[in-house]
Design a protein around this ligand. Structure first.
Ligand code: F6R
Length: 612
């Protein structure tokens, strides 16, 4: 979704801002802009469309602020209120032009603030909710920028991550957050501010994450933090352990392909040091409950959205099967509003790559409020969900830039399996079974490598079906969530209408849609119920739908029955989601590539969904 970058230092601000915005492109956006302050005035350059276009305009700009300033702010906008056009793009300015601001989040009471300002003759020019905030800050200004910001923010309902500047105080940037992340990067003689660490990683490794209702005032003397009452606050400086190169595409055509290929190493990182073969268990230090505490857990409730929720479903199956306790998965967005029943013996697990998804965060807060033990499974270190859950497990998958989640999914499944193993060993799982499962988890990177070796074969199947308009994915048991995930991957990057169904559900309605150009991707690997799924695939074939069979290596008997076959390594049912998902990621990728789609930035999508 929207992205923020700010720079205060000694280097040319416009270069750093545009480069930072380029690094945030993956989040999804439809317009972009920068504002710089120099020699007593602020200049803004912004446009709908891509950063490429913004970069050209900035490079050709005769404006002296854009050419010379060493202080500035930038933004990529993902439209919520109003079309993606130049007026609605950020940075926004107040009517006098003395203030400029970038904003992520939603000002819920913007209409009331706008009418209040209108009574004082202040008319907004854009359709956005954001512009009212900079107008309000200017209205509250009495000679001190941070005072004006805190006064204005006290009147705001909703969420915000903002950076503000004014030519009245050109040697200052003010940032603030409530519900929308802001990270400050502390460099040598410079301070950066962003909504996402990837924008500042090339410049510094020392990061400070603002908490809700924090404000940061950045000047040549460094950075100070306050709450909205202007009382000083202290936040820990954290070291960002991601390598800046990890956020570059390198030799790959797309980030998504790079991240698909990174999965063996990402999974190795996710499981490194976390398997104890002697005790046949997993060591997840972030889940700091003792075996006795673990034995008290009566139910595990996993909340998440999209791909993360699909990984949670694999976890649900594994926890019930191995630990013999009730496990449920719920869409995070539903959890909060349906007043769920939570008891103190429930473990609520929030699963989120970004750690910033608004619905998942809201579910975390609701679960905490109801007294549950809450844990997070996140990739982004220091993200809001990671911090608010307090305990949990990081994926260590490295930055995921492609909007379509790939390596996060397989790492999430790896972590969920280790969590299931840890809980199961405090219950009914014998040591020997625990060790066997640990060994299979350890082998997952190798299984993924075997799937990646089949890239050309999968690409050939993909090219055959690249022109279809609809597709179905079917699976059972551990492969049901993978069918959902395969369909999600295909639809989001290729724009083919794709649905994932439990194999048995197809004949309860969707089978009516099958035609000769509607492929059915049938997950026929060796899991319980395979024969029944085989029967369902035959039903599809009998209705002239082409079936792409995903089968376990060595299962030639099935392979002979279908014209298109993708082979994945044979492994126990709970492990199958990982290699199978990788095969489906490649299938979706090659179909989208053959259709000429913008794979890393699919239309309308955002990497981190920070609005409910
Ligand atoms: C799909 C995808 C999304 C995310 C969802 C949750 O490829 O990436 O469905 O999984 O928006 O995001 P996180 O995991 O950041 O909470």
């Amino acid at each position: 979704m929207c992205g923020i970058v700010g720079y205060f230092g000694k280097r040319k601000a416009s270069d750093i801002l545009v480069d930072g915005l380029r690094r945030l492109e993956y989040r999804g956006y439809d317009s972009a802009g920068i504002a710089c302050v120099y020699d007593g005035s602020i200049d803004v350059v912004k446009n709908p469309g891509k950063i490429r276009a913004l970069r050209e305009r900035v490079q050709q700009s005769p404006l002296k602020s854009i050419k010379n300033a060493t202080v500035g702010i930038g933004h990529t906008r993902w439209a919520t209120h109003g079309q993606p056009n130049e007026v609605n793009a950020h940075p926004h300015q107040d009517v006098s032009g003395h203030f400029a601001m970038v904003h992520n989040g939603i000002i819920e009471n913007y209409k009331a603030i706008r009418s209040g300002l209108a009574k004082h003759g202040i008319e907004c020019v854009s359709e956005t909710d954001s512009e009212v905030l900079v107008q309000l800050i200017a209205f509250c200004y009495k000679g001190n920028l941070e005072e004006a910001v805190s006064e204005a923010l006290k009147q705001v309902k909703g969420t915000y991550g903002i950076v503000v500047m004014s030519d009245h105080e050109p040697d200052k940037l003010v940032a603030a957050r409530c519900g929308s992340p802001i990270v400050l990067g502390l460099g040598r003689n410079e301070t950066l501010v962003a909504s996402d660490a990837s924008a500042i990683m090339p410049h510094t490794r020392d990061a400070v994450y603002l908490e809700d209702f924090d404000m940061a005032v950045i000047t040549a003397d460094g950075m100070e933090m306050f709450d909205l009452q202007r009382a000083p606050v202290n936040r820990e400086v954290m070291a960002m352990d991601w390598d800046a190169g990890a956020a570059e595409k390198g030799e790959y055509a797309h980030f998504m392909l790079k991240e698909i290929y990174e999965q063996p190493s990402a999974i190795r990182n996710a499981i490194r040091g976390r398997l104890d073969f002697e005790m046949g268990t997993a060591v997840l230090s972030g889940l700091d409950f003792s075996p006795r505490d673990a034995a008290m857990i009566n139910r595990v409730l996993v909340v998440g959205c999209g791909t993360s929720m699909h990984a949670g479903m694999v976890g649900e199956y594994a926890i019930e099967e191995m630990a013999g306790i009730l496990a449920e998965v719920e869409q995070a967005a539903e959890f909060r509003y349906r007043n769920p029943i939570i008891t103190p013996s429930d473990l609520v697990v929030a699963i989120s790559q970004s750690g910033e998804t608004a619905d998942t965060l809201a579910a975390v807060r609701e679960a905490k409020n109801k007294g549950a033990v809450v844990a997070g499974i996140c990739n982004v270190v220091g993200s809001t969900i990671a911090r608010e859950t307090g305990r949990g497990v990081y994926l260590h998958a490295g930055p995921e830039i492609g909007v379509a989640s790939t390596k996060a999914f397989t790492c999430q499944v790896s972590v969920m399996l280790m969590m299931a193993l840890k809980i199961a060993r405090t219950r009914r799982m014998p040591l020997n079974d625990g060790e066997v499962l640990g060994r299979w988890i350890e082998r997952m990177p190798e299984l993924v490598e075997k799937v990646l070796e089949q890239n050309d074969a999968i690409k050939a199947v993909a090219q055959k079906y690249a022109k279809c308009d609809n597709a179905f994915f079917i699976g059972r048991g551990y492969l049901f969530p993978v069918a959902l995930e395969g369909a999600l991957k295909l639809k989001e990057i290729s724009y083919i209408h794709a649905e994932g169904y439990h194999a048995a559900e197809l004949k309860h309605g969707p089978i009516a849609l099958l035609q000769k150009n509607t492929p059915v991707i049938a997950l026929l690997n060796d899991v319980p119920g395979k024969d029944k799924t085989l029967g369902n695939a035959e039903e599809c074939k009998a209705r002239n739908a082409p079936v792409i069979a995903v089968v376990s290596e060595g299962d030639e008997k099935i392979a002979d029955e279908f014209s298109d076959v993708i082979v994945v390594p044979d492994c126990p049912p709970c492990i199958t989601p990982v290699p199978t998902a990788v095969a489906l990621q490649l299938l979706a990728y090659h179909i989208a590539a053959a259709r000429g789609c913008e794979i890393d930035q699919p239309r309308n999508l955002a990497k981190s969904v920070t609005v409910e």
